[in-house]
Design a protein around this ligand. Structure first.
Ligand SMILES: Nc1ncnc2c1ncn2[C@@H]1O[C@H](COP(=O)(O)OP(=O)(O)OP(=O)(O)O)[C@@H](O)[C@H]1O
Length: 624
């Protein structure tokens, strides 16, 4: 043996770690390549930095790139970088000892899990997080040989090698270039990592945005640049679009694009796209999240669930933060306080961006709303941290907008009538249903704007919002003191009006006839054209309907208040029948209630109604 060869023991913790790594059947062992490329990129980045800040750099400049060679015959994989390289002291320190107490703790825990007998299939995905990523090479290699020379002038070249069993060798090398070359002699069960196709695939998956060219057998693999780290002014529209198409495998053009960077309080570079279309609205299954999380251009997690809230799942793009520990584990991302902070900042910025878009180009924002409103609504209903901003993004039609024209809550408040007490909304499955229903009458009559809500989620959001800009938000179908001034004189048709004492008797009779199906029957001041209306004592009817659908055992419709319009000919007719003791009056009263419930969008039991309607029809068409 060469006299210059020095055998050195690994620190105990590393021996323990290697024992686990070598025997691991860890299914995602291909991550070793990410770890080694990321180390190579770090070393290259450090060199680039030194070149920028120091004069003391030796020799001709080698290209800043990472080369990978595969050799299927020899079953080797070689990764070469032209980075800072290592001196002998650095080799011993970096690849033989662990200084960080966190890394030691990680290894201690791994060892304990192993002792506890949870098998050899230990989850090693945390390995990178604890600054011991290099050792993941031993998951696939029976021997690792590292040739290195520091970029510092007059440095010597060294060879480090090990089979991972307790010790490593250090000997002088003869490398003239600075940088590091790592040769993996692959284990038999890892020969696939000497195939160029396999390596290309892994690089595309984990490292395609590494900022330096990564070449496999001389061919550049990572064709896509980390364009999010550049200034917006340096990127063409076409580059942005190509990047979007690349990350989302998309064919369409992005609808919106937000590119921002900040240094404080967190270092963030984000490039987010709203896609051209939302396929969920066509019944496709729920989208996965589409934002990839990077640290210094190295992929931490694809389609990260931690970095954006669930309602933002339609957004595609990249978030890169230098503040994240490289290779932070996927398992702990969700609980990581820093990631949570990043999530909050990015979400806030995205919402601000949308608000600006809505202001600058309302027509385009309306198109966005048509496609993506579901997500904004979902957020407004569930994301309490960003509720205010989300609510500002909501849009509605109203009785004062043309079909398809939209208004925000802010716009509504801006044109409220001076004496108006509240923001009003009325629900119904579409514009026609709402406009033919009874709830709008008073508002139409008094020239007050009412927002239309077409989905239960709209009502859920608005009923959860007591106020907007200090104005109460009131459902038109609710029994509320805040409805428009109902005490004002109602138009009266004195000749046919039912006398007041008779109205009282009629109301009592209605209540008696309808029993528990109503909580109260009263004379309405809000109706103009309809004979009656039901008011809910809580929530909107569409929410009640949703409860009816979800809760199959729910018996009937929850009792509400029935208001009748004593000036309506049908009510007056019922009053006459009642007075003459005609039992048909009861059938008519029941039908009035059920018609009102149908007008409210509630689900009425059709069986009893159909036979009653035939009775009513018979009376109408059969001459006596
Ligand atoms: N290609 C390389 N060139 C120069 N130094 C390297 C190279 N690979 C590893 N090193 C040195 O070895 C050290 C240990 O590497 P390892 O991957 O185990 O942890 P790390 O890189 O510090 O942590 P992390 O994986 O979280 O980045 C590195 O910090 C670096 O100093």
């Amino acid at each position: 043996m060469n006299n210059n060869v020095e055998t050195r023991e690994f620190q105990t913790e590393i021996t323990q770690l290697l024992d686990i790594v070598i025997n691991s059947l860890y299914t995602e062992r291909e991550i070793f390549l990410r770890e080694l490329i990321s180390n190579a990129a770090d070393a290259t980045e450090k060199l680039r930095y030194c070149r920028l800040t120091e004069n003391e750099i030796s020799e001709s400049e080698q290209p800043l790139e990472i080369s990978i060679e595969t050799d299927e015959e020899k079953h080797t994989l070689t990764i070469t970088d032209n980075g800072i390289g290592m001196t002998k002291e650095e080799l011993i320190e970096n690849l033989g000892t662990i200084a960080h107490s966190g890394s030691k703790e990680f290894i201690r825990q791994l060892t304990e899990v192993r002792k506890a007998g949870s098998g050899s299939n230990t989850d090693l995905s945390l390995i990178g997080q604890f600054g011991v990523g290099f050792y993941s090479a031993f998951m696939v290699a029976e021997k690792v040989t590292l040739y290195t020379r520091s970029f510092r002038p007059d440095s010597e070249s060294w060879i480090w090698s090990s089979n991972g069993a307790g010790s490593y060798l250090i000997e002088p090398g003869d490398q003239s270039n600075y940088g590091t070359r790592i040769v993996l002699q692959l284990k038999e069960n890892a020969y696939n990592f000497s195939k160029a196709d396999e390596i290309n695939r892994i690089i595309k998956q984990y490292s395609s945005f590494v900022p330096y060219p990564v070449k496999v057998n001389g061919e550049k693999v990572n064709t896509v640049e980390a364009i999010w780290t550049k200034n917006a002014s340096e990127i063409s529209e076409q580059e942005y679009t190509e990047f979007y198409k690349y990350i989302d495998n998309a064919f369409d053009e992005p609808f919106y694009r937000m590119h921002f960077s900040s240094d404080a309080p967190l270092s963030i570079k984000a490039l987010l796209f709203v896609p051209g279309e939302n396929y969920e609205r066509f019944g496709f299954s729920k989208m996965e999240r589409g934002v990839n999380l990077f640290c210094k251009k190295v992929l931490i997690q694809e389609k990260s669930e931690a970095i954006v809230p669930e309602w933002m799942r339609f957004v595609r793009g990249v978030i890169d933060s230098d503040d994240l520990p490289l290779n932070i584990s996927r398992e702990t991302l969700q609980d990581n306080a820093l990631v949570a902070k990043l999530n909050k900042v990015v979400t806030g910025r995205f919402l601000k961006y949308l608000e600006e878009q809505a202001k600058d180009d309302p027509a385009k924002y309306n198109q966005f709303w048509e496609k993506f409103s579901r997500f904004i609504k979902e957020g407004a209903a569930s994301d309490y941290a960003h509720k205010d901003a989300l609510v500002r993004l909501l849009r509605f039609e109203s009785n004062m907008t043309a079909e398809g024209e939209l208004i925000s809550l802010e716009g509504y408040v801006g044109r409220m009538r001076e004496e108006q007490k509240a923001i009003y909304y009325v629900s119904g499955s579409n514009r026609k249903v709402i406009e033919s229903g009874p709830y709008l009458e008073i508002f139409k009559d008094k020239g007050i704007e009412v927002l239309y809500t077409y989905e239960p989620i709209d009502d859920y959001i608005l009923s959860g919002l007591p106020e907007f800009k200090e104005k109460k938000i009131v459902a038109a179908e609710q029994d509320s003191q805040d409805l428009p001034d109902l005490d004002a004189e109602q138009p009266s048709n004195a000749e046919s009006d039912i006398p007041e004492d008779e109205v009282k008797a009629l109301l009592d009779w209605f209540k008696e006839t309808l029993g528990d199906r109503v909580t109260e029957v009263r004379a309405s001041k809000r109706l103009v054209d309809s004979p009656a209306v039901v008011l809910s004592s809580y929530g909107t009817h569409s929410m009640q309907k949703m409860m009816q659908i979800m809760n199959k055992d729910m018996e009937g419709i929850p009792a509400g208040i029935l208001e009748i319009n004593s000036q309506h000919p049908v009510i007056q007719g019922i009053n006459e029948l009642r007075k003459s003791g005609d039992t048909f009056a009861a059938a008519a009263a029941e039908q009035i209630l059920e018609n009102s419930q149908i007008a409210a969008g509630l689900i009425v039991d059709p069986r009893s109604m159909v036979s009653r309607l035939y009775n009513i029809l018979e009376r109408a068409v059969v001459k006596k």
